[in-house]
Design a protein around this ligand. Structure first.
Ligand SMILES: Nc1ncnc2c1ncn2[C@@H]1O[C@H](COP(=O)(O)OP(=O)(O)OP(=O)(O)O)[C@@H](O)[C@H]1O
Length: 261
């Protein structure tokens, strides 16, 4: 089970470069005194694809809200590329891309405008922004859509554009919160396969949150979250064996006491 190696956090301004893409240490969080995350610890290495698998209400979005600093945490720590999120948030977030559960593209702008606007927020010069937009769009197979208005694209294409946007500033870590919501089965499968390929080709670490068991690939690392606690963390084989089950679906059911059904 992959639960070791969490960093001593916030000790350095410039990490040496071999730091984990993401390290979460003893993280806890409550809404109005009601605990929703309890002592979460895990480390995500460069190029690793991890599925954060949890039923509705497990705490996946809350975890993402802490990593993106929508909410502040007081218990535990988060480091991105070795940068402590509370102490060096600008450096930490420069190394992270996000695809939120709710789409956030401007439908009335073109694909290029959406991407270059985001690049400007990251301080990129216009020529560099255009170069990177073309590169990332080609990687998601949408190089011909630059001048199209987002409103005219399909749900699957829009999600790919959000992924291209998340990768525009060449982050070490890509977070995706239930990115297949609203897509049909074929588009879902294509998107999952596609992000696996990006992960392999670009070496970016991916944390993919979902409650859908069929989005787990056989070689993935799986972190099972239930009621704010990590119930298992390891390869598919390890999680299945840990739960004493015959398949990852059965293991998920057992570890979440059927909450996923
Ligand atoms: N703003 C909030 N105020 C109070 N409680 C909240 C708030 N947001 C979420 N919760 C509660 O925190 C728990 C975790 O919710 P969260 O949205 O993080 O889970 P999730 O795993 O992302 O679920 P889903 O798959 O349904 O999005 C749930 O019990 C939820 O009701």
């Amino acid at each position: 089970m992959a639960t070791t190696g969490v960093l001593e956090q916030g000790e350095r301004d410039e990490p040496p470069g071999d730091e984990p893409a993401l390290s979460v240490r003893d993280l806890g969080f409550s809404y109005s005194g009601q605990p929703v995350l309890e002592s979460l610890s895990f480390v995500l290495r460069a190029g690793e694809f991890a599925v954060l698998l949890g039923p509705n209400g497990a705490g996946k979005t809350t975890l993402f809200s802490l990593i993106t600093r929508l909410y502040a945490y007081r218990q535990g720590g988060i480091c991105i590329g070795g940068h402590d999120l509370n102490r060096h948030s600008v450096q930490a977030h420069a190394r992270m891309g996000v695809v939120f559960q709710q789409p956030t593209l401007d439908l009335d702008l073109t694909v290029r405008q959406n991407l270059t606007y985001h690049a400007a927020l990251h301080g990129m010069a216009p020529a560099e922004a255009r170069r990177r937009a073309s590169l990332q769009l080609a990687r998601v197979g949408l190089q011909d859509s630059l001048r199209q208005r987002v409103r005219h694209l399909s749900g699957g294409q829009r999600r790919r554009i959000e992924i291209a946007r998340g990768l525009l500033h060449d982050p070490q870590l890509l977070l995706l919160d239930e990115p297949t919501v609203g897509l049909d089965i074929a588009s879902r499968r294509a998107l999952v396969d596609h992000v696996h390929q990006l992960c392999r080709e670009q070496g970016v670490a991916v944390l993919w949150a979902t409650h859908l068991i069929d989005e787990v690939h056989p070689d993935d690392r799986v972190i099972v979250l239930h009621r704010g606690q990590i119930r298992a963390d390891g390869s598919v084989t390890e999680v299945v064996s840990h739960a004493g089950s015959a398949s990852i679906g059965e293991a998920f059911d057992r570890l979440t006491q059927g909450a996923a059904r």
